[in-house]
Design a protein around this ligand. Structure first.
Ligand SMILES: C[S@@+](CC[C@H](N)C(=O)[O-])C[C@H]1O[C@@H](n2cnc3c(N)ncnc32)[C@H](O)[C@@H]1O
Length: 294
């Protein structure tokens, strides 16, 4: 039987916005899910069954093989020691960073994802992750210290629905980095999704076997994806379809200098081909002639 996570408010006691996100067992999207375009809403999406299923979606072993040493090498080649994983999720990158000897702090705005991350850290190698429940918009208030690097991976930045919130989050990241720090943000290739049209057959499969992630609704202000699991359960995420050039421009505006953008971990690619872009943004001052603004 297919269990839809998209219940309407009168069917779902958790739809009451007074219910804390830590208590929510089902995703809440209300009567018109395509109208949910709100930065705060992520704490009502990463809940209950979806959190339990997240690790099926992104099968850790296959993900690790797919990424290889890309992030580790980016960090080590810059002499990074301390890292803030700003979008910890269930802890995949945090655990990997700890294993590689980085001094790691694991932040996330979803308490349910963080709880899962903590137990995953213990299960995979006995790591005690230093978890902090923090929203990016208030990062400097809730996480203390300066970091050589901040990572925000797994297409997480896409959860910010207003430019105001994107600028604020980037400014918070910038402020928490040391003078020569580096920010790594990845994003789905929404240019391809938007330009091929919402009716396109472009279907994305995550690493987990038989778990599919496909667009349910796409317009310039919303990319709503449906995640279907082998047991028939379905979950949704509402995200803002960031265009690559736009996000690079925002990073430049808040002060990042050299920004390298990789496509599916490769330096050279055609624009529509990669599923993901990865931006590696440095804070160290560069002459404007050295900036790569493409
Ligand atoms: C798509 S998951 C990715 C998790 C993990 N990085 C991965 O790759 O598996 C996005 C994560 O970003 C977090 N998140 C979204 N918006 C946030 C915000 N404004 N502040 C803090 N965390 C946020 C969510 O709670 C969720 O755990």
């Amino acid at each position: 039987m297919t269990k839809s996570a998209n219940t309407s408010p009168h069917e779902d006691r958790n739809a009451d916005s007074s219910v804390s996100s830590i208590e929510l067992e089902q995703q809440v999207f209300g009567d018109d899910p395509t109208q949910v375009r709100d930065t705060d809403h992520y704490t009502r999406e990463y809940v209950g069954g979806f959190v339990d299923k997240w690790d099926d979606l992104i099968d850790w072993k296959k993900r690790s093989e797919g990424e290889g040493r890309f992030f580790i090498d980016q960090l080590k080649s810059r002499g990074v020691h301390s890292v803030l994983d700003a979008a910890t999720g269930t802890g995949f990158h945090s655990a990997r960073l700890v294993e590689e000897g980085f001094d790691t702090v694991s932040a996330d705005g979803s308490p349910q994802m963080l709880a899962q991350a903590f137990s995953n850290g213990l299960a995979y190698g006995g790591h005690i992750l230093r978890v902090v429940n923090a929203d990016w918009r208030w990062l400097n208030r809730d996480v203390h210290g300066e970091f050589d690097a901040i990572i925000c991976l797994g297409n997480s930045f896409t959860h910010l629905f207003s430019e105001h919130d994107r600028r604020k989050a980037l400014a918070e990241f910038y402020a928490m980095l040391k003078h020569d720090g580096v920010l790594i943000i990845d994003q789905r290739n929404y240019d391809a999704v938007l330009d091929e049209g919402s009716g396109s057959n472009r279907t994305y499969y995550y690493c987990g076997d038989q778990v599919s992630a496909e667009p349910d609704h796409v317009d310039e202000g919303l990319a709503r994806y449906k995640y279907t699991f082998p047991d028939g359960s379905e979950f949704f995420l509402n995200m803002y379809p960031l265009r690559k050039k736009y996000l690079r421009g925002l990073m430049r505006d808040v002060g990042f200098q050299k920004i390298d953008t990789f496509g599916d971990f490769q330096q050279t690619y055609t624009e529509s081909e990669p599923d993901y872009f990865i931006h590696v943004a440095e804070k160290s001052y560069r002459e404007s002639s050295e900036l790569n603004d493409a």
